[in-house]
Unconditional design. Structure first.
Length: 438
């Protein structure tokens, strides 16, 4: 389990990049997340960067600074690419070597300041691309609170199917429509069928929703035919991001049986630009428990480390900015606040389960955690739950109401980790905007 603390987590570390030392900064020196960026509006090559305060450290430039050596130099060289798959595939020893070298070089008083200060660019001046080529995308369903709430709407008599407490349920999604924060897409059309209608129609979806998920990036993969044990599972996890897995609920309701989600889920999904490494999250691990009266996990999903620190304590907030708010210059309206630690299954259990049949994971593959709803209504990670299936309107701060997403709406998700004795770190944000259907 990747919960070992080292000098890079020391809460008293500060950086010579002054903005990184400000209270409530998402990207203090203890974080050091990775993205792929270039100067906004330019034709520069996209390349890897690390966030520090309100700046991006350009890893393609830093690679030539002469201050890194050995494995850290090999790792930073792999980041001079428009996709981080090669670096992610190098494994945790290389990720750690680079993190440690960057932490030292960016620390207050470092000799590297002179050489690295010219490798910084303000985050307000860059644009991002996907951080890696996502070969395969798998969507899990790990919040029992979400599964139960949604199950009640789709199957009132039988909300939670009996396999849920044994199998980390998932399905294979589609990666081609995953884009980075700022994504804009047209309201999808598809087959819709009202419960009392004789036949379906094809029309723009009317019950468009978001899903507040955590994205999980695989680093080094496994050989086809070889399962990853739960003890080794997190060695294969490069890091986490915020993930909005947009969903067309009316298309979903008609198409989802018997094989599961299809066109209701594959028209757009949006990731935050920054990958927060598993190592950066080490101070924010939490125990994972399963009540004694619930089924206990099968052996391949059970380990001592998973019990002690298998969960991630990440706060997850959703806000909605309507077109009217934007025009009036009003702030976005809060919709929900949840936490990834409520997940019924852990990241390690997802990895162990996904590979138990020998399925090979590849560097840059991504898992969606499934909508992360908590036990309370205010922690619901979708409008489907917040509006009780569209039956209750939600009143926003400016008096507008919603049951589902309307054209021009921007959904904003934020994530952060905070606890006594550790430096707060943030995930930044993921935003996405819905445009009218054709
Ligand atoms: Mn999903």
């Amino acid at each position: 389990m990747s919960n070992q603390l080292n000098e890079t987590h020391n809460p008293s570390l500060t950086s010579w990049v002054e903005s990184a030392n400000q209270e409530n900064c998402d990207f203090p020196i203890q974080n050091l997340p990775f993205a792929v960026f270039r100067k906004a509006g330019s034709s520069e090559a996209f390349r890897g960067g690390v966030a520090i305060g309100d700046q991006v450290l350009d890893l393609a430039a830093a690679k030539n600074s002469g201050i890194f050596s050995g494995l850290a130099q090999e790792a930073i060289s792999a980041c001079d690419a428009p996709e981080l798959n090669k670096f992610m595939g190098m494994g945790k020893t290389a990720w750690s070597a680079l993190r440690q070298a960057l932490s030292q070089a960016l620390s207050s008083g470092s000799d590297a300041q002179d050489k690295l200060s010219s490798c910084l660019i303000s985050q307000t001046e860059v644009e991002y691309s996907l951080p890696c080529r996502i070969g395969d995308y798998t969507d899990f369903y790990t919040s029992i609170h979400h599964a139960t709430a949604v199950g009640k709407l789709f199957r009132p008599d039988n909300p939670l199917l009996p396999n849920y407490k044994w199998v980390p349920i998932g399905y294979h999604g589609r990666s081609s429509s995953i884009d980075v924060s700022g994504q804009q897409f047209k309201r999808p059309s598809g087959q819709l069928k009202a419960p009392d209608a004789e036949k379906p129609i094809v029309a723009p979806c009317k019950r468009l929703d978001y899903e507040m998920e955590v994205g999980i990036y695989i680093g080094n993969g496994n050989q086809l035919g070889e399962a990853i044990s739960i003890e080794k599972a997190e060695d294969h996890v490069f890091g986490l991001c915020l993930f909005n897995d947009w969903s067309a609920r009316d298309i979903q309701g008609w198409e989802y049986q018997p094989l599961g989600p299809f066109l209701a889920k594959n028209f757009a999904s949006t990731v935050s630009p920054w990958i927060i490494t598993t190592e950066a999250l080490a101070p924010f691990r939490a125990e994972w428990t399963r009540d004694a009266d619930e089924p206990q996990p099968l052996e391949y999903l059970e380990s001592k480390q998973n019990r002690e620190a298998g969960s991630f304590d990440v706060q997850l907030e959703v806000q909605l900015e309507t077109a009217k708010m934007r025009e009036a210059g009003e702030p976005a309206s809060h919709l929900s606040l949840s936490n990834f630690r409520h997940s019924y299954w852990t990241v390690a259990q997802m990895v162990a389960h996904h590979s138990v049949n020998g399925c090979n994971l590849m560097p840059g593959d991504m898992f969606g955690s499934g909508t992360q709803s908590g036990p309370e209504q205010a922690e619901a990670g979708s409008l489907l739950e917040l509006s009780n299936g569209g039956k209750q309107t939600i009143t926003l701060d400016n008096g507008e109401t919603r049951t589902f997403i309307e054209d021009g709406d921007t959904v904003i998700m934020r994530g952060w980790c905070q606890r006594d004795g550790a430096k707060r770190i943030g995930f930044g944000e993921v935003t996405g905007t819905v445009l009218p259907a054709e």
